[in-house]
Design a protein around this ligand. Structure first.
Ligand SMILES: O=CCCC(=O)O
Length: 504
């Protein structure tokens, strides 16, 4: 359907930001099939845009363009790459109000959270423009006399970035920031729910002066996502794949990439434990939990999925949480003033939330708040679920075994530190964990014993551009953000050995 057939649900200060075609080699392009897919406002269920539904046949020309650009871009000095990133950063910051509106109408998150995502995201452009200048090799004398060894870091080549819908701007800038700083070119495949924010970033990248083929976006529908992603992963000229999403899809990506032995970064599911000991500062724990659990209605990989509370404060904590949630959360359309929790992004997410509550209730959990799908006034077609608190959660329930990815706080009681560690680690995932206690020795022990790539100690969300982000176990491998580690994911290390003749 042509874009003129849709009604835009918002007005932008700079309408030139809006693009509805894919972006390859600095050109706005359709899919070869000419097919389109629709973009929906999760707050109303109404479609407001459509984009090209690219398939595997659209991959080779995009990769070839990205590869020929790579052969030139890799020759730019780190300072030149830093300057391009900084210009992009400035333009994104300037477009903050418009980008926040698009983000809210694609993801459903409240405007206040869209602004928070933008501020988090521009941390990445800022940080990685600095990282470009800090890429360095080494030189040293080896054990063999008369030799010198040195290493240089070189960009790996064309990168494919497969990004999720929950933080579409942050996840693109976290990946692209590092890749472009390293001297790689990139093809981004946005999630079918959130292509327009990513196309707006492409518009700003061009305005910032990135030459053709450096930053490319191939949009695609849910149906074509598997085949297009596979074609990207298996193309010979794609040298690195970076993916954020579910563990199930992460396994498929790793399998596709194994053919070409491609370097892969996988940021996968969480099922993160949030542990509150009796001696914790309850106010602090609740405040941190609220910010973490209700961030984007629970749709973050690092959200608190299983909340373990020590028996002595279990009742008190449950009541405090219920009071705070009841008074703090206003559910509605993300663009409405006063909304503090928006809809879920997809109807499938609502179905999963319903099934998790039903399964837990059947197995003995108590729903102390919420538990149902809702339709706030003027949002009848939207994908809303009540902020929900359940107690008496046990390890046989789906909410314990899987990520809910919904506004469901699931509380489990525990007695001892040993039991808390054992049950928290009782999952195949290992992304983030959170511990609240005033006992510094216990904090340290928990930090060492919890199986997670990131541990918050009297802290909820710890995500930041300067902080290494990534999981262990089936939460994936590789690090994004942080000093050196993130850029290294897009670099190869080449070793030189030189024989030095001693003439003097
Ligand atoms: O959901 C995944 C990303 C969340 C974050 O970067 O804090």
């Amino acid at each position: 359907m042509a874009q003129e057939m849709y009604t835009l649900p918002f007005k932008l200060d700079d309408p030139s930001l809006l693009h509805f075609d894919s972006y390859v080699n600095n050109r706005w392009v359709k899919a070869q099939s000419t097919k389109q897919f629709e973009v929906t406002d999760p707050g109303t269920g109404a479609n407001w845009a459509s984009c090209p539904d690219n398939g595997p046949e659209d991959v080779p020309s995009a990769v070839e363009a990205a590869h020929s650009s790579f052969l030139e871009y890799r020759k730019q000095t780190p300072r030149q790459r830093a300057q391009l990133l900084m210009k992009w950063h400035t333009l994104i910051v300037e477009a903050r109000d418009d980008l926040a509106k698009i983000l809210t109408h694609e993801t459903g998150k409240p405007l206040v959270e869209s602004y928070a995502e933008l501020d988090y995201s521009t941390g990445f452009t800022w940080w990685f423009s600095g990282e470009a200048d800090r890429i360095q090799g080494t030189v040293f004398s080896p054990s063999m006399p008369g030799r010198r060894v040195f290493t240089v870091k070189q960009p790996i080549g064309v990168v494919a970035a497969l990004v999720p819908w929950n933080f579409p701007i942050a996840m693109v800038l976290r990946k692209a920031g590092a890749a472009l700083a390293a001297g790689c070119t990139i093809i981004v495949k946005p999630s079918p729910e959130t292509p327009i924010t990513v196309l707006a970033l492409a518009h700003l990248a061009e305005k910032a002066g990135f030459p053709p083929g450096i930053f490319n976006v191939l949009t695609t529908s849910l149906d074509n996502t598997p085949s297009l992603s596979e074609a990207l992963c298996k193309h010979d000229l794609v040298k690195k794949v970076t993916f954020t999403g579910s563990t199930r899809v992460g396994r498929l990506i790793a399998a596709h990439c194994s053919h070409g032995l491609k370097k892969v970064t996988l940021e996968l599911g969480g099922n993160c434990p949030f542990i509150v000991f009796e001696d914790a500062n309850m106010e602090q724990a609740i405040t941190q939990l609220l910010a973490l659990k209700w961030r984007h209605a629970g749709q973050a990989c690092i959200t608190a999925n299983r909340i373990f509370v020590q028996s002595g404060v279990y009742q008190k904590f449950t009541q405090m949480l219920k009071d705070r949630v009841s008074s703090a959360l206003v559910v509605g359309h993300g663009a409405d003033e006063g909304t503090t929790m928006g809809p879920l992004t997809t109807p499938q997410a609502v179905r999963k939330a319903i099934s998790h509550v039903e399964d837990a209730s059947k197995r003995g959990a108590k729903v102390v708040l919420g538990g149902k799908q809702i339709k706030p006034p003027s949002c009848e077609g939207g994908y809303f679920f009540e902020p929900t608190i359940m107690t008496d959660i046990t390890s046989d329930m789906l909410v314990f075994k899987e990520e809910s990815f919904a506004p469901i706080a699931s509380l489990c009681k525990f007695e001892t530190e040993e039991e808390a560690v054992q049950t928290a680690n009782d999952t195949s995932m290992g992304l983030a964990s959170y511990v609240f206690t005033k006992d510094v020795n216990r904090l340290w022990r928990m930090f060492e014993n919890l199986e997670a790539g990131m541990v918050g100690l009297n802290t909820g969300n710890q995500s930041a551009a300067e902080t290494p982000f990534g999981g262990i176990k089936q939460s994936g491998y590789g690090k994004e953000s942080g000093k050196d580690v993130a850029v290294n994911e897009f670099l190869i290390t080449k070793t030189g050995t030189l024989t030095v003749e001693d003439h003097f």
